[in-house]
Design a protein around this ligand. Structure first.
Ligand SMILES: C=C1C[C@]23C[C@@]1(O)CC[C@H]2[C@@]12CCC[C@@](C)(C(=O)O1)[C@H]2[C@@H]3C(=O)O
Ligand SMILES: O=C(O)CCC(=O)C(=O)O
Ligand SMILES: [Fe+2]
Length: 327
């Protein structure tokens, strides 16, 4: 049973600025754990490169499809989002996290909320605390909405689908009032860590989104899990965005595209920040495998679920959420 203090710890991050040794509550184990145990923070030095795809290229459809089937993620370039926007977002993110803890706690995220300052929402599912602090908000710059529109269009197109014909609820992302998508914008901060090999930035998880656009801000830390290879570092590419396949995309693609298991590790030399845009269905939207992907030899793998129902499930059974809606 969690003590009140433990429960409280899950909510509010440490004041990382005044810590010279890793507190035990933040010390993860690398010994006597299987390599694929989510609590094993062992950093292997395996390098495999996530595909870097120019979405302006004619063969982008095939490259995106292969990456989503094999990795559940890829890096995108020639995406049309100005570098100046990335730099401005990163500057403001660093300004925010450089505020004093008291100031940041003025906008603390409520225990079951998603908006505001606090520790990762997935903290309660792990025995140790994570070396991170985050700030969540709703909404997103129009450039990111447009890019999501482009990327989802390519992902669906690679399966012979279009969102106009096949996902009624996914309307053009240019502000049309029928759209039933929502955007969660997450800022992540990973302060310099005194003992990074025994700490965890953001523990293994899949995103609940359709897709997530992640900017590593030119400092490595993201790792994706690949069967057979284990944890693989994603080399940060200047100006590129990482595209994660989320749980909702695994559902609508009827399992063709895999929601990528990923985590973030920390370092002892620089304060890393990352920014992530989550493209989500609205709470009342019914999400299910797309009809054109179902036939006599490809039955639906998941039952219909609303956005709200899935998020509630995710924060109840966590990494068993997709399994729990399996048909
Ligand atoms: C829109 C969402 C995705 C998210 C849960 C949330 O409702 C708001 C916070 C999001 C975030 C950001 C950091 C990683 C993550 C796993 C988490 O703990 O909170 C994601 C959640 C998710 O994708 O399930
Ligand atoms: O900081 C990172 O590289 C990963 C962040 C992440 O996975 C998330 O915000 O969902
Ligand atoms: Fe994530």
């Amino acid at each position: 049973m969690e003590t009140q203090t433990q429960a409280f710890n899950h909510l509010l991050p440490l004041d990382f600025d005044n810590v010279s040794t890793l507190p035990d509550s933040y010390a993860w184990s690398t010994t006597n754990l299987p390599s694929d145990d989510p609590c094993n923070c062992m950093i292997n030095d395996r390098k495999a490169s996530l595909p870097v795809i120019d979405i302006g290229e004619p063969n982008a459809y095939d490259l995106v499809r292969h990456a989503c089937e094999k990795w559940g993620a890829f890096q995108v370039i020639n995406h049309g989002v100005p570098l100046s926007l990335f730099r401005e977002i990163e500057f403001q993110t660093r300004q925010l996290f450089s505020l004093s803890t008291d100031q940041k706690l003025l906008v603390a995220r409520p225990p079951s909320g998603v908006i505001g300052y606090g520790s990762a929402r997935i903290s309660p599912f792990y025995p140790k605390l994570m070396w991170t602090e985050g700030f969540g908000m709703m909404g997103s710059p129009v450039e990111m909405k447009t890019l999501c529109d482009k990327i989802v269009r390519i992902m669906l197109g690679s399966l012979g689908l279009t969102y106009e014909d096949d996902i009624k609820w996914f309307q053009p992302l240019n502000g049309s009032d029928q759209t039933q998508c929502m955007f969660h914008f997450q800022l992540n901060s990973y302060p310099v860590c005194p003992d990074p090999d025994r700490a965890m930035g953001l523990a293994p998880h899949t995103d609940s989104s359709l897709i997530t656009l992640l900017n590593q801000c030119n400092i490595n830390g993201l790792q994706v899990y690949q069967d057979g290879a284990g944890w693989v570092s994603v080399e940060s590419v200047e100006g590129a965005l990482v595209v994660n396949v989320g749980d909702m995309m695994q559902v609508i693609s009827n399992g063709k595209f895999k929601s990528v298991l990923h985590r973030a590790v920390v370092n002892s030399t620089c304060h890393r920040v990352s920014t992530a845009f989550f493209l989500m269905p609205q709470s009342d939207v019914e999400v299910s495998p797309l009809k054109k992907l179902i036939d006599s030899s490809h039955p639906p793998l998941y039952r219909t679920v609303t956005g709200k129902e899935y998020f509630q499930l995710k924060y109840k059974v966590f990494n068993k959420a997709l399994e729990s809606i399996r048909l």
